[in-house]
Design a protein around this ligand. Structure first.
Ligand SMILES: [Ca+2]
Ligand SMILES: [Ca+2]
Length: 239
């Protein structure tokens, strides 16, 4: 962490320094150095080898949030959560869907994807949760342990019904040699590239050869995304 001489008004020998930015509080020696215009570097303590995070997914896909595009019986399939090291171990934009991701994105199946992840040496833990039935408002919480080298958390859940559309994320928890405290962001919207149906309730149309995982390819998905996010994820350090 670097503090520059951006101080609020500070009395100094009867004088004061005009406010130049947010107030800084800290040990007198640090403030004195900052007052002198020096760059002050505060070295945080080394990060712990492991950390615990709470992953909370809040979803909202109803006639209230998506009045123009909501299909009948709109719901989320059982989510799959994994902890791993490199990005893209479960899925990545521009990469190919694994058979497990295809099954998740097209049918909401978790078994094949969980088996793939459990047999992947880059994955240190796998969890599943209950889907969110229509009307699809709710939250799902997962507590995970991460390591400095295996600090990414991924999650996927199918938008159902849909051809091969899913929501998810792949987030890092260890950044610049420190554990992040908390982050909240919208769920990502993805097309698995494995079914060519163009609408939420289109019949099965296997994409052969498969296309890479991408954002929305079809107008119906793009229109739904334009109406609003399907949900958010919050990752908070709990230990
Ligand atoms: Ca598709
Ligand atoms: Ca397919």
């Amino acid at each position: 962490m670097v503090l520059t001489a951006a101080l609020g008004a500070i009395a100094l020998g009867g004088a004061s320094i005009a406010a130049m930015g947010p107030a800084v509080s800290g040990p007198v020696t640090v403030l004195d150095a900052a007052v002198r215009g020096e760059q002050v570097v505060i070295n945080p303590p080394p990060a712990t080898p492991t950390a615990r995070y709470r992953v909370t997914v809040n979803v909202n896909w109803t006639s209230a949030t998506h009045p123009a595009t909501l299909p009948s019986n709109a719901h989320f399939s059982a989510p799959v959560v994994a902890v791993h090291g490199a990005p893209g171990v479960m899925f990545s934009v521009g990469g190919a869907s694994s058979p497990g991701v295809e099954a998740m994105a097209e049918r909401g199946s978790t078994g094949m994807l969980v088996a793939e992840l459990n047999s992947n040496t880059q994955v240190i833990s796998v969890q599943t949760g209950a889907g969110v039935p229509a009307p699809a408002v709710g939250s799902r919480t997962f507590d995970v342990t991460v390591l400095q080298l295996d600090h990414r958390i991924s999650l996927v859940s199918m938008l159902a019904p849909s051809p091969d559309w899913f929501v998810g994320f792949d987030l890092a928890t260890f950044v610049d040699d420190q554990w992040i405290d908390s982050v909240t962001m919208p769920l990502g919207n993805y097309d698995a590239g494995t079914d060519s149906g163009s609408g939420f309730t289109s019949g099965n149309a296997d994409t052969n050869p498969a296309q890479p995982i991408a954002g929305p390819r079809d107008a119906a998905f793009a229109a739904a995304v334009a109406e609003g996010a399907f949900g958010t994820v919050t990752i908070t350090k709990i230990g």
